[in-house]
Design a protein around this ligand. Structure first.
Ligand code: ADP
Length: 593
């Protein structure tokens, strides 16, 4: 570019100088030549007149011999060619050639002029002599009668030589001037092109992505001002790009932390963005989804139709979409982006699966609670009616019925207590009181309390603990409750002669406590629901349980920031385990389901 511009500036000057010098050369050499020829014309004009007056007698006498001698003498004396032409154009005498061999000369311009005007001159190329010649002619007058035309011819070779020499001098001067002009033009051009190429390099760096690229120049001319404007533009661009990338980063962070899936779709119907929630819901990574058609990413006909409708109508669309295959239950909203050139719009996917399952849990809870309450209330009603119908008259029977009524009231009270307990834990009304406790202090007291019950049921209950277990920062009272519930269940669901083992170990900075029994086990289909409120795996064997114990356990463990799980094989036994972090972190408590 630099060279290009340099030569574009320099060349016109050089060409201009060349044209001027060429014109000057032609003009000067022509002028010099003409002046010289004119001078010669004047000099030789007098000479030809003198010669004409000299030979009139010889022609009048017809003395061709004498004429020829005069011609030769004259020619030799003045180093010219002399010709005498008769009025009929025939050459009468000639100094350099044989007159009889020469053609008729009447048509020569100088001859015509001499006859008509009394004098004639002409300069032209002589085919006879093969050079430029100057011809001058004058009439030979004898007693008032024109007898012939005398003509003198001189070579213009000398003049031509001078003109040629002059031309080569000028040509040389032209060359020197050209070189000087070229140098000056290039220097001048460089003064302009160097800052321009600096600016060009700066702009090039910027085009390649280096936004810190600047123009450093001192010139105060247009290029300098252009450079300043460029720098100003670059700074603005840098600030703007930084602002946009911060904005973009913020937007990305927001998008990726959103619970709702967001898919942005281009005007050609291709996926341009997919946030983390969207990846989870649609089970596809952003990388895989990028650039694909939205239909291949959404893979659900209702979602695809929703987007198609939205793109066609350019109006917001909303639908509740559920898919057993994809395992989602969603509210999908398509929002068009109006006159955006790149993006057509975006789809928001609100995962309602949790909402729906919470709804389901609430409905189940109400129906389970009513069911659990209805059974003891119905027996109470029956017992009271039996008493009223006459059992009161029979004191031993009345006593028996009253005992049964008390049992039912106790079990109702227990259920209400557990429900209250659960609701208090769930609403975090009972704050934890963590303190450093050994594994033995967590496990031994509740197990010992249940030892007599195990013995009565004919079950061996033992604790397996190693000495090197570290202390854990837990609320031991609450964990006693968990262990009591688990061991109590193990006793309830284990046949006499069975074994229950309570053990503890540390796995990845968590204290893991397990209650293993050789009881009836839990069917595989019940395992995922066992920790739900009121859930009883085998209603015929619950032994009057409320179905709330494991739900309470789960909540207490979660309050500690831990988790609880079960492994079980029907007929072999079950192992309930829970893990709590060794160090208590109030922020770690998992959200309670
Ligand atoms: P419940 O008060 O009925 O024991 P839980 O929430 O403690 O309520 O237990 C829920 C259900 O889980 C029980 O009804 C039972 O079906 C099953 N279950 C709990 N522990 C055991 C166990 N150790 N062995 C077999 N089944 C168990």
């Amino acid at each position: 570019m630099k060279h290009h511009l340099r030569w574009r500036i320099a060349l016109p000057y050089v060409v201009l100088i060349l044209i001027i010098l060429a014109g000057l050369t032609v003009y000067v050499s022509n002028t010099v030549r003409n002046t010289r020829v004119e001078d010669m014309e004047q000099g030789y004009a007098e000479e030809v007149h003198a010669f004409a007056t000299l030979i009139d007698n010889e022609i009048a006498d017809g003395d061709m011999q004498a004429l020829s001698v005069s011609v030769d003498e004259w020619a030799e004396l003045f180093s010219v060619r002399v010709t005498v032409i008769g009025m009929d154009g025939a050459v009468l005498a000639e100094s350099d050639y044989e007159p009889s061999e020469m053609e008729n000369h009447l048509s020569r311009p100088e001859v015509i002029d001499a006859i008509e005007l009394g004098e004639g001159s002409s300069s032209r190329f002589s085919p006879t002599l093969q050079e430029n010649m100057l011809y001058l002619a004058a009439p030979v007058v004898h007693q008032g009668v024109t007898l012939a035309i005398a003509r003198v011819a001189v070579s213009l070779e000398q003049v031509e030589l001078e003109v040629t020499r002059l031309r080569s001098t000028i040509f040389l001067a032209t060359l020197v001037a050209m070189a000087a002009a070229l140098l000056v033009a290039v220097l001048v051009a460089d003064r302009v092109t160097v800052p321009v190429s600096k600016l060009d390099r700066a702009a090039h760096r910027m085009a390649e992505g280096d936004l810190s690229s600047r123009y450093y120049g001192s010139s105060r001319d247009e290029v300098g001002r252009l450079g300043e404007t460029f720098n100003l533009m670059a700074s603005r661009l840098q600030i703007e790009v930084a602002r946009l990338s911060t904005e973009q980063g913020r937007l990305s962070a927001i998008l990726n932390h959103m619970a709702d899936g967001v898919i942005s779709i281009s005007n050609e119907g291709r996926v341009r963005r997919l946030n983390a929630a969207g990846e989870r819901i649609l089970a596809i990574t952003e990388k895989e989804a990028m650039g694909r058609s939205f239909a291949r990413v959404l893979r659900h006909h209702e979602l695809i139709e929703l987007v198609q409708r939205g793109m066609e109508t350019e109006a917001e669309q909303e639908a509740i979409v559920s898919s057993a295959l994809h395992g989602f239950y969603l509210r999908a909203i398509y929002t068009p982006l109006g006159d955006d050139d790149i993006e057509s719009g975006f789809v928001i996917l609100q995962d309602l699966t949790m909402v729906r399952s919470a709804e389901q849990v609430r409905r189940d809870f109400v129906s389970n609670a009513s069911h659990e309450l209805r059974t003891p209330l119905a027996s109470l009603k029956a017992l009271v009616e039996t008493l009223r119908d006459g059992a009161l008259e029979d004191p031993p029977a009345a006593q028996h019925f009253l005992d049964m009524i008390e049992d039912q009231v106790d079990s109702l009270t227990q259920m209400v207590r557990e429900l209250l307990e659960l609701s208090r834990i769930e609403s975090s009304q009972v704050p934890l009181d963590p303190a450093k406790t050994t594994a033995a202090d967590i496990i031994v007291p509740p197990v010992e309390r249940l030892m007599p019950q195990a013995e009565r049921a004919g079950i061996s209950l033992r604790i397996v603990l190693s000495d090197d277990l570290p202390e854990a920062e837990v609320d031991s009272q609450r964990l006693h409750q968990v262990i009591t519930n688990l061991v109590h269940n193990a006793i309830k669901f284990t046949e006499p002669g069975g074994h229950i083992t309570v053990s503890a170990q540390v796995v990845a900075s968590e204290l893991v406590i397990s209650v293993q029994d050789t009881g009836v086990g839990i069917a595989e289909e019940d395992l995922p629901r066992i920790f739900e409120r009121f859930y009883k795996a085998d209603r015929s064997r619950t032994g009057g349980g409320t179905g709330l114990g494991l739900a309470i356990c789960k909540h207490i463990v979660q309050q500690h920031g831990g988790h609880i799980w079960v492994e079980s094989i029907m007929g072999i036994g079950s192992t309930f385990s829970f893990a709590v972090p060794l160090r208590h972190d109030p922020n770690q408590a998992t959200a309670m389901a």
